[in-house]
Design a protein around this ligand. Structure first.
Ligand SMILES: Nc1ncnc2c1ncn2[C@@H]1O[C@H](COP(=O)(O)OP(=O)(O)OP(=O)(O)O)[C@@H](O)[C@H]1O
Ligand SMILES: [Mg+2]
Length: 227
């Protein structure tokens, strides 16, 4: 059994927004190895996005630990955290979150420019080719279909060759055909790039590409089923 790249150990999360504290994740333990897709499924409000934010080191557990390659995210210094988030984790969202005034290619290239990575333009072009959208390099987001926009977003998320790819409802805003294309690419991100893919979804088609499906209910793990 390979050691997990991403591990949650007895994680809980409490939100405090002035009012009563609300515990939205309880005692979550979960591990994901490289090259696999894990799907989080469950009703709206069960805690999927909260869990993704913890797994991507955007937020921290209230108790328990989130370990990336064996290191607890809460123990990292600010500079290490920034580097981890920018270079080792990629994010894809339901509404794509492309910058509207940048072309497809510029959207993909931007993270590399911000981290002063070498060969930014060439790598960005490679990723656009990987999602089969090289011909849309010069298009602005409004000129793309939803499926194309999500593929650009996926190219951007993978531009650093991140170890961990977080996808929050990646097909939630797509028709079936575009959704299937995006799902095939997410699966390929695991197989081609060796990424650890963690995806929240309401869609049975999306959950079906995962090798592990984690059912959440009211912030607790209700089921884990492996294929
Ligand atoms: N920043 C926050 N502050 C306070 N409460 C929050 C915050 N983010 C989420 N919540 C609450 O935590 C619970 C879990 O929310 P979360 O967004 O993780 O659910 P979800 O499973 O992703 O739902 P959906 O399927 O609708 O996206 C909800 O009750 C939500 O209102
Ligand atoms: Mg959510």
């Amino acid at each position: 059994m390979p050691s997990p790249r991403l591990e949650l150990r007895e994680v809980s999360k409490v939100y405090r927004n002035g009012g009563q504290p609300v515990e939205v994740l309880h005692d979550i333990s979960l591990a994901a190895v490289a090259g696999t897709v894990t799907a989080l499924v469950g009703r709206s409000g069960c805690g999927k996005t909260t869990l993704l934010n913890l797994a991507g080191a955007m937020d921290f557990p209230t108790t328990g630990e989130v370990l990336i390659d064996g290191r607890a995210t809460a123990s990292l210094r600010e500079a290490e955290l920034t580097r981890l988030r920018r270079t080792r984790v990629g994010f894809v969202f339901q509404f794509f979150q492309l910058l509207p005034t940048l072309t497809a290619l510029e959207n993909v290239e931007l993270p590399l420019l911000l981290s002063r990575a070498p060969e930014a333009a060439r790598t960005a072009r490679d990723r656009l080719r990987w999602v089969d959208l090289e011909d849309k390099s010069a298009s602005l987001p409004y000129q793309l279909s939803g499926g194309q926009a999500q593929r650009v977003a996926l190219a951007r998320a993978l531009v650093h060759s991140p170890d961990i790819l977080i996808a929050d409802e990646p097909t939630g805003n797509l028709d079936t055909a575009s959704g299937d294309q995006v799902l095939a690419l997410l699966h390929q991100a695991a197989t081609d790039f060796g990424a650890t893919v963690l995806m929240a979804t309401h869609s049975a088609e999306a959950a079906a590409i995962a090798s592990v499906r984690v059912g959440l209910r009211d912030g607790r793990i209700q089921s884990i089923d492996r294929r």
